[in-house]
Design a protein around this ligand. Sequence first.
Ligand code: UTP
Length: 407
Amino acid sequence: MNYTQAKEKMTAIGQEHILRYFDELSPAQQENLLKQIEETDFSVLKRIDCGASDERGVFSPLAAMQLSEIEARRQEFYDVGAEAIKAGKTAALLLAGGMGTRLGSDNPKGMYDIGVTKPVYIFERIVSNLLDVVKDTDTWIRLFIMTSEKNHDATVKFFKEQDYFGYKADRIVFFKQDMAPACDFDGKLYMEAKDRISTSPNGNAGWYSSMVRAGLDKILTDEGIEWIDIFAVDNVLQRICDPCFVGATILADVAVGAKVVRKAAPDEKVGVMCLEDGRPSIVEYYELSEEMMDAKDENGDPAYNYGVILNYLFRTSELTKVTDDKMPLHVVRKKIPYIDETGTQIKPSEPNGYKFEQLVLDMIHQLSSCLPYEVVRDKEFAPIKNATGVDSVESARELLKKNHIEL
Ligand code: UTP
């Protein structure tokens, strides 16, 4: 793309300010900017005023498999899950492409040290949890790690420096997720440098399309991987590729299994597993009507009672049914670093614009069936979103201590 074509493209969408510094740039920088303009999908900007994903269908309850049933069938589930893992049919995928802005560190979130008497990194905890299953099943589970352009090099370097926290390096594959442009509240694109439009990772649902673009679906096919456990970087207690969960999902013969926790209160701020127009879905806490909060199942328990913890086991053969353009695009208010009119770098302390994301939970809705699988909150859910307060380093440390993990 040449300058005239770029100018035309940007003028047509009211974003010609992107070329404001063009004459000051070196030929290499000019080329970078023109390439970015050519490759970026700006159609997301139209979504700001569309009310995005607000339209929802008819919700109904989806019963979870509860702890009592899991306990009663533990051995049966374990045997089936362990067999699948040993046969190499199960992989893990760490979602580490997020910006972790709430935690406020410049490094990738997984590099955060949550130790007290010694360094304990978030990545270390995650790998250690997976290593439990590796040891238990005597199988090196294939581990994919999704990063983004913003944190890829730092993440890969850190894993190498730390000798992959004891994991087998050739069983790990790092890949970058795709990016989306970011803009201010009026829809004007931000620039992060004079030769670069501000971009941010395109949401955690980007994992599958980004994996395909990187040609990694070939690994799934070549290695006969039938199940892939997708999980967030910030839950330092979660069990990954947990054989019982794998076995229960296989035996339920569903497209996806979802780890869920019993809600602490009817109005707790978690997304709740349910059906929407008959398909599995997640209803956000602010979408729950009074009626839904009061609804009871046949045992008299709350019918919408199980919150998701971002740990899903997808049947890989179902993934081709998931298409990006059927998924809603979430317009999210975030802090976006940018350069102002004078070219000065600004790092805002409050949200100053929109990012565009597709979320894993919307992938679930494209699938035909789901098993919500209950786990004990205090044993499997210690998310680190903030430095202090709710879902923080402090609260996670407390839970880790409760689980006798040395910090
Ligand atoms: P969060 O919703 O907590 O987002 O991600 P975040 O970007 O990490 O954090 P904040 O909101 O800026 O503080 C949940 C999980 O999804 C991953 C994150 O790395 C985390 O594991 N994620 C999120 C991605 O991999 N890519 C994305 O584009 C967004």
